[in-house]
Each structure stands twice: as C-alpha cells, then as structure tokens.
Design a protein around this ligand. Structure first.
Ligand SMILES: Nc1ncnc2c1ncn2[C@@H]1O[C@H](COP(=O)(O)OP(=O)(O)OP(=O)(O)O)[C@@H](O)[C@H]1O
Ligand SMILES: [Mg+2]
Length: 335
C-alpha cells in the first residue's frame, strides 16, 4: 500500500538567541512522517530532539523552513484549520506530574479537551467519554474524581495518555514518555502505547534516549547530531546497517544482555571522545568531523547533505560506512 505522508518537513531550522549568538538547536532538517508509523528520534542530550518535535507541531515558531501537515503549512494555519490541527496533534510529556494540573480532578483533566473541541453533545456524553478513555488506558472509571498526586508515576502517565486520546488525535508527539518511570513500568506503558496505536490508527513520533526501546517501538528511526539529521532509516537498518559513523558509535554503546555477545561487541565499540567540541569544528564542514574516525579533508570543508541510498535509507555523510563486513553473528543480536 502506498504510504501517506502526514508531515512533510522541509529545511526546518529553529535557533535560540543566546548571549553568544544564535544557537542552532535545529539546523536545516528535512524528513517525512508517514501515517500510521512510529518515527523514533534519537541523539545525545541537547542535540535538538525536543525543539524539533515542538517546532514541527507548531508549538515553537520556526526560524527557517516549512512544516506541512496533510499538505498545509503548520505555521500559517488560522481559524478552523488551526483548531482542527490543535485537536489532531497531541503531546505526551516526560514528566507526567508537572504536566497535570494538581487542582483538577482526573476527570476534569480528561474532559478539558473534549469541551474545548466540542466533542460531546451533553454533560452525560462527556462523562461517558471520560470513563471510556480512562478504561482504554487501563485505569478504572472510578478514578475520575481523584487528583493526579494520588497516583503512581505509571498511572499518571496513563492519565496523560488518556488526556491526549480524549480529543481523538491523529498524531501524538511522545517526548521521552517513559524516561521518568521505573524500568518495570516502562514496558507496560510502551505496550499500552503500541496497543493504542494499532487500535486507533495513530501516528507517533517517539523521542527517546533508550535506543533498545526505540528499536522495539519504532518503524523508522531518525538520528540527530547537534541540530542536524544525520541518518534516517527503518529500525533494523539503523541498528544492523548504520551508514553514518555517529549512528554506529551511538548504537555500539547499547549493552546486549548476552555476556558473550557483549564482550565480542565491546571489542568493536567505537569510543566517542568525551567532549562534543573536542577539536576545532569548522562552520562549513560536517558537525561530527572532529569526533569522527573516518573524517577526510572534504568533511571539514563542506557539510554533507542527507541522501537516500535508493532504498529509503538516508544518511548525511561524505564517507558512509559500507554494509559489507557485518557478520551474521552481529545480525542475530536480539534484545
Ligand atoms: N528555550 C531555550 N532557550 C535557549 N536554548 C535552548 C532552549 N531550549 C533548548 N535550548 C538549547 O537548544 C539545544 C537543544 O535542546 P533540546 O531540548 O531540543 O534538546 P534535546 O535533544 O531534547 O535534549 P534532551 O535529550 O536533554 O531532552 C540545547 O543546546 C539546549 O540547551
Ligand atoms: Mg528533550
């Protein structure tokens, strides 16, 4: 089936003004998000993941570039189109506690969006919807008159998800939705999100640090480095066959639960220097050049464009890694 494009992002940049000049938090990124997929977004802390996500959903203004949602420019929407976009696009935050108003009952938190977007014809219908969404996320309807602080972290995240779902969105930006949770709870929330996606036909952008989780959750994964998109491909391609040295280094630091495989892979690990700016970085060249073991003169002179290798595997590198030499054993690594 032909993939439908939900978001089309063209040369998007978002700068922050600082007293040392402009900080290019997102720097000229272009990619698409397809309907029904989960696009994982990974990269080190501060590389621009949150800024990218929030700019593409119109929460932050862009400095340059354009974001199209179902063919319409997100940053110039007005009137009913803007309202409908605001309903269609929801967000689930990392910190469920601070994103839930402590003075409101859980029922009122979930009902808020239903009321704003006039999704219920009567109070009774609204209450029915609140109960429905609470049950959908695995919380009993009886919880609706309680307050957020009375719940555990995992339950609060379920409330945040119910609030997002209550306005019947198409797309949810999940910004580190499980990072603040206990490991034992993380899998439950991830399973819930995946189940809901199937049931409701949702599209997700999943921002995360935990690469092994991203691999399980995502259809495709985008890798950011200092504001640039350096690689974008299917989860398996990104993991087994990275073309960008940064992606390979990032993934080589993911531990494998099998000690024998882990020790074999440790010997192949690329060690990233501790500091991002460990050497001079030219304005023109690749931002990763000063940390890259494959750097050539060209890399310090011109910034590589994100190119498709012909199979939908995009990488921005003058000297992409080759697929050859990946052992069968490497390919059998399972998380
Ligand atoms: N409001 C702001 N004003 C100035 N600089 C900002 C602001 N928000 C973010 N930044 C800077 O922009 C860069 C990208 O930040 P961003 O929060 O998007 O990164 P991130 O990849 O989401 O990081 P993390 O993984 O820690 O959440 C960082 O250098 C950050 O310090
Ligand atoms: Mg972030």
């Amino acid at each position: 089936m032909e993939k439908q494009t939900l978001f089309h992002i063209e040369n998007l940049s978002r700068y922050y003004k600082t007293n040392r000049g402009n900080l290019r938090a997102v720097d000229n990124v272009s990619f698409d998000i397809y309907e029904g997929e989960t696009l994982g977004l990974v990269g080190e802390s501060g590389c621009g993941k949150t800024t990218c996500g929030r700019t593409l959903i119109g929460l932050y203004t862009q400095t340059y570039g354009t974001v199209y949602y179902r063919g319409k420019n997100v940053h110039t929407l007005k009137g009913n189109e803007k309202k409908s976009f605001n309903k269609d696009i929801q967000m689930v935050f990392q910190d469920a506690y601070s994103s839930l108003d402590p003075r409101m009952t859980v029922g009122d938190i979930i009902a808020e969006g239903i009321e704003i977007h006039h999704l219920a014809g009567s109070k009774k219908e609204r209450d029915e919807q609140v109960c429905h969404y609470l049950e959908l996320v695995g919380l009993g309807a009886e919880h609706r008159s309680r307050y957020a602080h009375e719940f555990s972290g995992g339950q609060r995240q379920r409330i945040g998800i119910a609030r997002a779902l209550a306005v019947q969105p198409s797309f949810i930006l999940l910004d580190e939705p499980i990072s603040a949770l206990d490991v034992s709870i993380q899998a439950q929330i991830v399973n819930l999100l995946m189940e809901l996606q199937k049931k409701l036909g949702l599209t997700y952008m999943f921002v995360a640090h935990d690469l092994s989780m991203v691999r399980i959750v995502s259809d495709r994964v985008a890798v950011m480095y200092l504001g640039n998109l350096v690689e974008l491909a299917s989860s398996d391609e990104i993991y087994y066959n990275p073309l960008h040295p940064y992606t390979k280094a990032l993934y080589s630091s993911v531990p494998i639960p099998d000690p024998e495989l882990e020790s074999q892979r440790l010997s192949e690990k690329i060690v990233l220097p501790d500091l991002i700016d460990s050497g001079p970085r030219t304005e023109e060249g690749c931002k990763f050049a000063n940390r890259c073991g494959y750097c050539t003169k060209k890399c310090t002179e011109s910034s590589p464009a994100l190119r498709d290798d012909g199979s939908g595997h995009f990488a921005a590198c003058h000297n992409p890694l080759s697929n050859e030499g990946v052992s069968v054993r490497d390919r059998q690594i399972v998380f």
